[in-house]
Design a protein around this ligand. Structure first.
Ligand SMILES: [Zn+2]
Ligand SMILES: [Zn+2]
Length: 349
């Protein structure tokens, strides 16, 4: 019996009778984190880290949710389960599942760089590793966080001195808070879209420190706030909501900005290359550190990445899942022209 199998409902552990991040209703779901493609409604019961739980409750409403701390070991049926930091967003976890002495790890989404907000990623030793590979091509290389901080603040300061708003598109859980933590509050106030502020409130209530922000409402006196930074979900940048800021400078922060032409296609003035997923080097580092012999790729450039893994001597396979990738693009907006399509579901290595 395999520790995990890949089904059309999600990644299944038969020994423990549970699923990891299922996308169809199941009795028992273990969640890696609160992003909507991983944490879905309709499960009989849920298990997540204690740090991820408030956002999951905020998004899914009243659910049966049990929590577990990083590193805590729990027995579920015939499986031994533990959650380990994935460094993706606050509370995100890699889930280690051991059955009869064989350990598998489901990475969820992860990044190996410390963003200053999420519990930093830790390597987890295992026999088989199921890795996301959203950005699994060598072209994806993230600038250092200090460089990113300097670039964003320089862009903001230039706009502020011209009396213009800076509109920055970032998804509302994780990236928005990470970027706001990099901002220099001496430049001007930080304003937020309601979707971002809702998540901010949940994170602050659980003790995660964030800079002061002001939610934009119909009554907000924008004249008194010119030069402010406005953080909103990317979809809001091209909406009527954004028009109230007049002649603002717009930017999107995403790993996809590493691709030529993407910023232009989005119609923004600036693109910052930043992601809460691992870049090419990060993926390779993480995989080596697990010590795994078998690696399954999911969530991204899976075919190319599988070939690469095989060239490196791994037993490699592809898992077809229903996860969305970097949320800055809706599924139909992602740059499909260079995405290598997923191969068949549950293909064995
Ligand atoms: Zn995610
Ligand atoms: Zn994801």
């Amino acid at each position: 019996m395999s520790v995990l199998t890949f089904t059309d409902r999600g990644i299944h552990c038969e020994a423990g009778d549970f699923f990891v991040d299922p996308w169809r209703p199941v009795a028992r779901a273990l969640l890696t984190h609160g992003h909507s493609d991983h944490a879905r409604a309709g499960m009989g019961s849920y298990l997540s880290t204690d740090i991820a739980a408030p956002v999951i409750r905020h998004r899914l409403g009243p659910i049966r949710l049990d929590t577990i701390a990083y590193g805590e070991v729990r027995r579920i049926g015939g499986a031994t389960v533990s959650f380990h930091p994935a460094g993706h967003v606050p509370g995100s976890a890699q889930i280690r599942i051991e059955v009869a002495g064989e350990a598998w790890v489901v990475s969820g989404d992860y990044k190996v760089v410390d963003d200053g907000l999420s519990t930093p990623w830790e390597p987890v030793r295992c026999h088989a590793f199921i890795t996301e590979c959203t950005f699994g091509l060598p072209v994806f290389r993230w600038p250092a966080q200090d460089e990113l901080r300097a670039d964003i603040n320089a862009w903001w300061a230039a706009n502020a001195s011209a009396g213009r708003f800076s509109l920055l598109g970032a998804y509302s859980l994780g990236k928005a808070q990470r970027l706001m933590s990099l901002l220099d509050p001496a430049i001007a106030p930080i304003l937020t879209h309601g979707a971002v502020e809702g998540t901010n409130a949940v994170l602050r209530a659980q003790g995660i420190a964030l800079p002061d922000t002001v939610q934009v409402t119909p009554g907000t006196d924008l004249k008194a706030l010119s030069g402010a930074m406005v953080i909103a979900p990317p979809s809001a940048l091209n909406s009527t909501w954004a028009r109230r800021f007049g002649d603002a400078s717009t930017a999107v922060a995403s790993g996809w900005m590493a691709l030529r032409g993407i910023r232009r296609r989005r119609g923004t003035d600036r693109g910052f290359v930043v992601s809460d997923h691992a870049d090419w080097a990060g993926l390779n580092l993480a995989i080596r550190e697990t010590g795994a012999e078998r690696v399954f790729a999911t969530h991204g450039y899976t075919s190319a990445f599988r070939r690469w893994l095989e060239e490196q001597g791994f037993e490699a396979g592809i898992v077809s899942t229903d996860y969305a990738g970097d949320e800055v693009f809706a599924a139909d907006e992602a740059p499909r022209d260079i995405i290598d399509e997923d191969a068949g579901a549950g293909e064995a290595p």
